[in-house]
Write a protein that binds this ligand. Structure first.
Ligand SMILES: [Zn+2]
Length: 269
């Protein structure tokens, strides 16, 4: 509040050089604000999406984890909520990636196949992708270095971020899921691994806050699609050599609850 004693920002999660702190105090004094309030205003301007985008979840991921692999959301429905994202398909028939408004099925044969609007999904997480920051990184990174880089780029662990990474990879590995005939819990499904060397492509997905894990996978969740859009899957590890990272900050969540008999009668806890 104006008039409150100035707070020391050197111990804040955003440590600032002394000269910048002084300027923040001066700017705050002119506006009648404390340095923290001045900084909060600046962050608000930086992080608030002018379009008010939301992360849209077609169902809570906990339902998928319990084996509810059939839902009535179509890809057409999904496209009304976003043009970018990931998920899976009914009967767990492969991983899904959505880029530039096109949806690809990343099947257990390793191939990527564009799908039509009538195909159904039991779980998907999408948004309209409008990146607010970009970074170019050159030089080889191991997977720990890659994760560290992402941790440094996201400004807070408590927001959503849509992440698109176009890059060259010395090595990349991951998996897709095979179609399931029965509702066996996802932990019992045997994934189909993939591995590529010297490949160009894109990672698309989200960072979600840790506390939100009943709704959506928390932390980083990225799906790979090769530049020729012919192969891909869920990212496990990678060793990139060149990266172009686009990031969208999102502070809103929209959750849809399925209206299916399976979901309405499931014991989710
Ligand atoms: Zn995945």
């Amino acid at each position: 509040m104006p008039g409150m004693p100035s707070q020391d920002l050197s111990s804040s999660p955003f440590p600032l050089p002394e000269a910048l702190q002084r300027r923040l105090v001066e700017a705050g004094e002119q506006l009648g604000l404390s340095p923290s309030e001045t900084m909060e205003r600046a962050l608000n301007r930086l992080l608030r999406d002018p379009h008010g985008s939301a992360v849209y979840l077609s169902s809570p991921v906990d339902a998928l984890m319990k084996g509810l692999y059939e839902e009535n959301t179509t890809i057409g429905d999904l496209k009304r909520h976003g043009d970018f994202g990931l998920g899976t398909f009914n009967d767990l028939d492969g991983e899904m990636v959505m880029v530039d408004g096109k949806v690809y099925q990343l099947r257990d044969d390793g191939g990527a196949y564009e799908v039509g609007d009538d195909v159904k999904t039991p779980f998907a997480c999408v948004t309209f992708f409008r990146p607010m920051s970009t970074d170019e990184i050159d030089g080889e990174l191991d997977y720990a270095g890659f994760k560290n880089l992402l941790d440094r780029i996201i400004p807070s662990e408590n927001m959503f971020f849509a992440i698109r990474i176009d890059g060259e990879f010395e090595h990349i590995s991951g998996w897709t899921v095979p179609k399931q005939e029965c509702q066996r819990p996802i932990a019992e499904v045997k994934p189909c691994p993939f591995e590529y060397r010297q490949i160009t492509g894109m990672l698309a997905g989200f960072y979600a806050p840790r506390f939100i894990k009943s709704f959506v996978m928390s932390g980083y969740h990225l799906h790979f699609l090769s530049a020729d859009r012919r192969v891909g899957g869920h990212l496990y590890q990678c060793r990139p050599t060149r990266l172009h990272i686009s990031l969208q900050f999102i502070s809103k969540l929209e959750l849809s609850l399925p209206i299916t008999l399976d979901y309405l009668t499931a014991k989710l806890l």
